[in-house]
Design a protein around this ligand. Structure first.
Ligand SMILES: *Cc1c(COP(=O)(O)O)cnc(C)c1O
Length: 417
């Protein structure tokens, strides 16, 4: 069912001289890091190494003041005038255009709103409709984050399609004349494996099927290249690497070539060509607006908009380079510090197959992660045995990586195997 994950035994040499060298190297790497200064833009405390930005991104420090203004002035004083005067009504497309360069999309193709789960539903149904008659299968990443699978299954029941679970490595080969679409996670949320978006997309399109990508664990961590690789539809959340805040709205990308035929299964009034005409008949708006549903969640949306300021002037290629350097260095520190045989690396070693996290499997993982968090290293657990450490290059540094590996080794030494 699932593709094989690279499992490498790690552990071994923990001589004090080596430890000192790694700590010193971390300092040198941080000193040379051109993204290092971005850390000051986030609310972080020196006592914590925060390696869970792939679950909830840290708060950009300027967001509270912006939200105070949104609430007291835009809502409190301008009230309903803010829909026009404060730009509330057009926020979903405006913010979509700010996410666009981060995922390699030209403007006008991304709309922000709803949760990722809801956008998966829109995208899968719309893809099935775009694919047309005679294609009755929807391929779904067999290793997907669960919500995508649940939603796709329901969408398929509604559209009369059949779900075929396929591991991403087999996706290209599985696409055929009966394939309407495939829904694939760009990065595996558990293992951190990066899937071949260009290759899988090309194979799907060659088979006449649509490629629907879930970017939750890649957007903001590595280049996606939606336009360059001909992706048809994509969704993603904004509260992980995009730091939009808890439950911040997700986004939907519909490639421009599909917009005119995009037939939303949730054609709410916000996606109408003239919403305030309040006509009984539905007529879809043109462009990205067509992906909207109902009244946008303005407070969360504007928190996200402010949070995106931290990307101004940042090249995603630089973020990627630092991300790989960080995960390389963390894994090197783990190998040097952690007692032999106590953890195994689940995340692929090859750069081309690695997202922006390091996942380690170990015995007693729930107790290990609880103790790590108590000692100020915040990662998370994916049951039963995976310790996940997310590396967010805008605010995590090399000294953090070294400290996390060192404390992990202390915890493993202190706890029973
Ligand atoms: C985080 C994540 C989601 C989250 O979906 P929500 O609707 O925002 O809860 C979906 N898919 C993937 C791949 C994720 O990593």
């Amino acid at each position: 069912m699932s593709e094989t994950t690279t499992v490498t035994e790690t552990g071994g040499t923990s001589d004090p001289l080596g430890d000192e060298t790694l700590a010193q190297r971390a300092l040198a790497l941080d000193a040379a890091d051109e993204l290092g200064e971005h850390r000051e833009r986030f609310a972080l405390d020196a006592g914590t190494v925060y390696l869970d930005g792939n679950s909830l991104g840290a708060l950009p420090a300027h967001v509270p003041a912006r939200m105070a203004d949104v609430i007291t002035r835009e809502w409190g004083e301008l009230r309903i005038r803010s829909w026009d005067e404060s730009g509330w009504w057009t926020a979903p497309e405006r913010i979509g255009d700010r996410i666009a360069p981060i995922v390699g999309a030209a403007p006008g193709q991304i709309v922000v709103g709803d949760s990722t789960s809801v956008n998966v539903f829109k995208a899968v149904v719309a893809a099935a409709r775009l694919a047309g008659e005679g294609r009755d299968e929807i391929l779904v990443d067999a290793t997907t984050f669960p919500t995508d699978g649940y939603i796709a299954e329901s969408a398929a029941r509604m559209t009369g399609h059949r779900i075929v679970p396929v591991a991403p490595a087999g996706m290209a080969g599985a696409a055929g004349p009966r394939t309407a679409a495939a829904l694939v996670n760009h990065v595996d949320y558990r293992t951190g494996r990066l899937h071949d978006l260009p290759g899988i997309t090309a194979a799907l399109r060659a088979a006449g099927a649509l490629a629907v990508w879930d970017l939750c664990h890649s957007a903001g961590a590595l280049p996606v290249g939606l336009d360059a690789h001909g992706v048809d539809l994509a969704v993603g959340c904004t509260y992980k690497y995009l730091n939009g805040g808890p439950g911040s709205p997700a986004y939907l990308y519909v490639a421009e070539r599909h917009q005119a035929a995009f037939d939303s299964p949730l054609p709410g009034w916000n996606s109408h060509s003239d919403p305030f005409a309040m006509t009984p008949g539905y007529e879809a708006a043109a462009g990205a607006v067509r992906g909207r549903v109902g009244t946008p969640d303005i407070l969360s949306m504007l928190a996200l908009e402010a949070a995106l300021d931290v990307w101004d002037g940042v090249a995603i290629e630089d973020v990627r380079a630092k991300s790989l350097a960080l995960t390389d260095f963390f894994l090197e520190c783990v190998r040097a510090y952690v007692p032999e045989g106590r953890v195994a690396t689940v995340t692929p070693e090859a750069h081309g197959e690695r997202g922006s996290q390091a996942a380690l499997s170990c015995a007693n993982a729930p107790a290990v992660m609880a103790e790590l968090i108590r000692r100020g290293v915040v990662g998370d657990l994916r049951r039963p045995d995976v310790l996940r450490f997310g590396f967010t290059p805008l605010y995590v540094g090399f000294a953090d990586a070294e400290r996390a590996a060192r404390i992990l080794s202390e915890v493993l030494t202190d706890l029973p195997a």
